[in-house]
Ligand binder design. Structure first.
Ligand code: PMT
Length: 434
């Protein structure tokens, strides 16, 4: 099995903004996804972050001076510009954007941008007044009109002590764009599945700056994730469903992808963009989700079932819209298949993680579900707790194993919750493989 970015050549330009420290995380993720990363820093960036940190994470000497002895590139910037398949500048300062817009090429980074035919992505990060400055905005417009792409900064707390738009886009979003531009992975039309695992697994840890290094502990593994609600129609325009947004499952899929897994994401109807590089299988009903999951189960090392599945479906589906006649409407429901139960019967060596949305008696209900459905873990949300469960960006949960051990995770982002769950899955897969 190869990874989503296996062997893809990414140039990472780092210019002199405080968000440069986040580029360490970006560099690490790209490497863990199989990319070859060559970092180019501006001189100002080297004052904020030591090139050695990027060298350690990328596994390549960092280029930062125009006239250094060529460490790797024969004709330096030209060879580099031809080598990259995509160049991403993160963070991109107002200065670097302005220079490129004006055709100035006075250092290695700007010269390479000028010399490359590859797609160039800018991820701006700067003070909000600078970002809103009409000069910066017109430079961005000009570059956009010339085919350069921008990954919009976020609004929020800025290093200068103000709040506003100018914070570097989340690293996960930058990774998504790179994967999309490269057309890598199943979702983007590439082929993420082939023979033989390549390369060594890098250990998890931190670099000197304290920035976490993403582990590639799922390399060679296939993880299926279900997300979102299912819908059961009883006429062409009406259905029953639930408020699942898919956020929890999509974050799990993204996290598993970033840690090197081939990811299959089976989702009910949601309004989220699937993470690039995952194999995306949209479904509507519980029966469709069942078929999608069960037919692929055997090829998976783990199934994480965060979808909120309709337990019932209308016994009759009317083919025409039911007319309103002033009286009540009786709909008879029949049970849907329990996908997780069926998966538990057939799981073999596949690790099964269930979710449970509960309102009371959390632990006893969850332990009963683990046993009934033959699970390796269950993640229980108290959906009555503020900020947890359906639709929110945050979640709180108890993660319970078959022995009844409870790991309490207090309110945190769904992104962080996904990391904790995927950590547990990676641990179980490691134990299985030993
Ligand atoms: O999508 P978000 O807005 O981010 O919200 C996240 C969430 C609240 C939906 C998620 O965290 C969650 O709790 N998902 C499971 C909800 C649920 O359906 O729980 P349950 O107790 O009804 O089901 C238990 C498990 O069996 C679940 O893993 C479910 O996917 C599975 N199941 C249930 C019924 C069925 N017919 N087939 C199943 O496979």
């Amino acid at each position: 099995m190869i990874q989503v970015l296996e062997g893809r050549r990414v140039g990472l330009g780092v210019s002199g903004g405080i968000a440069a420290y986040k580029a360490l995380d970006l560099c690490s993720r790209l490497r863990q996804m199989g990319a070859e990363v060559q970092v180019v820093m501006t001189e100002n960036a080297t004052r904020l972050i030591a090139p050695l940190a990027f060298q350690t994470l990328s596994g390549n000497p960092v280029i930062h001076a125009m006239f250094d002895e060529p460490a790797r590139w024969n004709v330096e910037h030209i060879a580099f510009a031809q080598w990259v398949e995509v160049m991403v500048v993160a963070p991109a300062t107002a200065n670097v954007i302005g220079k490129v817009a004006a055709g100035i090429a006075d250092d290695f980074l700007t010269t390479s941008i000028m010399a490359t035919r590859a797609k160039v992505l800018f991820a701006p990060a700067m003070n909000s007044a600078m970002y809103e400055n009409p000069i910066v905005q017109s430079n961005i417009e000009r570059l956009r009109s010339l085919g350069y792409e921008f990954i919009e900064p976020e609004s929020g707390w800025l290093a200068c002590g103000e709040s506003g738009k100018g914070r570097l886009a989340p690293v996960e979003d930058i990774v998504d764009r790179i994967v999309r531009v490269l057309g890598a992975g199943a979702a983007a039309g590439g082929d993420a599945v082939a023979g033989g695992t390549k390369g060594a697994t890098a250990p998890a840890g931190t670099v000197a700056t304290g920035v976490p290094v993403v582990a590639a502990d799922l390399r060679g593994k296939t993880v299926m994730v279900t997300a979102g609600p299912t819908r059961e129609y009883f006429d062409p325009v009406r259905y029953i469903s639930n408020p699942s947004s898919g956020k929890m499952g999509f974050e799990i899929a993204r996290e598993a992808r970033d840690r090197g897994a081939r990811v299959i994401l089976v989702s009910g109807p949601v309004s989220l963009e699937p993470p690039a590089g995952v194999e995306y299988i949209p479904v509507v009903t519980t029966a469709e989700m069942r078929d999608a999951v069960i037919s692929r189960l055997e090829s998976c090392d783990a199934l994480i079932k965060s979808a909120a599945v309709c337990d019932y479906r209308p016994a009759v589906i009317h083919d025409k819209k039911i007319k309103k006649d002033g009286r009540g409407l009786d709909i008879h429901f029949e049970p849907n298949p329990d996908i997780l139960f069926e998966a538990g019967q057939r799981k073999g060596r596949t690790i099964l993680v269930g979710f449970a949305a509960e309102t009371d008696n959390l632990v006893p209900n969850a332990v009963a579900k683990i046993r009934k459905k033959n699970l390796d873990l269950i993640v229980v949300n108290d959906v009555t707790q503020q900020g947890a469960g359906f639709g929110t960006d945050t979640n709180a949960a108890k993660i319970i194993d078959p022995e009844g051990n409870v790991h309490e995770v207090s309110l945190t982002s769904k992104r962080e919750m996904a990391r904790i769950i995927v950590d547990r899955v990676a641990g179980l897969l490691k134990t299985c493989g030993e």
